[in-house]
Ligand binder design. Structure first.
Ligand SMILES: NC(=O)c1ccc[n+]([C@@H]2O[C@H](COP(=O)([O-])OP(=O)(O)OC[C@H]3O[C@@H](n4cnc5c(N)ncnc54)[C@H](OP(=O)(O)O)[C@@H]3O)[C@@H](O)[C@H]2O)c1
Length: 239
């Protein structure tokens, strides 16, 4: 009876993750949205008895802290088996490294790097993470230094934030185990180029295909996978 937390679950890849997870009646899913007062009809249409739509703005420390407390009261003594840090932004998408917009870069890092870190920290503080927790941090090939050497010429702030997320992942792979979660496995995932608001209509993959692959990888993780960078097909991505 696994329990999942998914951030940014109201549209795109996050919504599809919740859709596929709710196909199995044994899954408990905490489906997180930035702002509960907005219309989340697509997400609500998926909700089952074991799906809880909760608020968590991953760019706000107070919102993440409040969510962790709400998760404690929602779950009681039930531990979280899977955390999917999916929420992400790509601000100033067209900017090269010679045109970085300072505020957008900082906001991107806040959502894409600090948010995932603080979510895990606050859930750990609440004693909510299972000893064998699986964590999927949603990265991108744009976060790969090696692949960025081909020179995309845009999305630089996003690319920097995903490279930082990859480094956060490396630290978490050790730190969560040191914190007592002896079987924790933490990975970064590239979902491929997916047809969503962020990926655009020209993307190659449907959310269904990408997410089916991602969940297969996530649910099949072994101890020795801790810290690795996978794509949705389960292949290793170069750092
Ligand atoms: N699509 C691709 O081709 C692709 C490729 C590589 C990596 N990725 C990564 O995959 C993840 C999902 O991407 P996507 O394509 O589904 O993007 P998307 O369609 O733009 O959806 C982004 C999701 O993140 C949420 N979000 C953004 N900022 C948030 C915040 N501060 N607090 C809470 N939620 C927030 C959004 O909520 P709102 O509706 O409230 O804005 C939305 O649910 C991202 O991390 C992205 O970087 C995507």
């Amino acid at each position: 009876m696994p329990t999942y937390v998914v951030t940014g679950s109201n549209r795109g890849i996050g919504l599809e993750i919740v859709r596929q997870l709710t196909q199995s009646p044994e899954n408990t899913v905490l489906a997180l949205v930035r702002n509960l007062s907005k219309d989340h009809s697509s997400l609500k249409s998926l909700a089952s008895e074991k799906t809880h739509i909760l608020e968590c703005d991953t760019s706000s420390l107070s919102s993440i802290r409040d969510f962790a407390k709400t998760a404690r009261s929602t779950l009681g003594d039930t531990k979280i088996d899977y955390v999917i840090n999916n929420a992400g932004v790509n601000l100033s998408e067209q900017n090269s490294s010679l045109q970085l917009a300072p505020d957008d870069l900082l906001d991107t890092i806040k959502t894409n790097v600090l948010g995932p870190a603080k979510l895990l920290e606050f859930l750990l503080q609440q004693g909510l993470l299972s000893e064998n927790v699986r964590v999927q941090n949603m990265s991108s090939t744009l976060g790969s230094v090696q692949m960025s050497l081909s020179g995309l010429g845009r999305a630089t702030g996003y690319s920097i934030s995903k490279a930082a997320l990859n480094m956060l992942n490396a630290h978490l792979a050790t730190d969560l185990r040191k914190a007592g979660l002896k079987g924790a496995v933490v990975i970064v995932m590239c979902p491929g180029w997916v047809k969503t608001d962020m990926g655009g209509d020209g993307a190659m993959l449907s959310p269904e295909e990408s997410v089916a692959g991602q969940l297969k990888v996530l649910q099949g993780l072994k101890d020795e996978d801790n810290g690795k960078f996978f794509n949705y097909r389960g292949e290793n991505v170069p750092w």
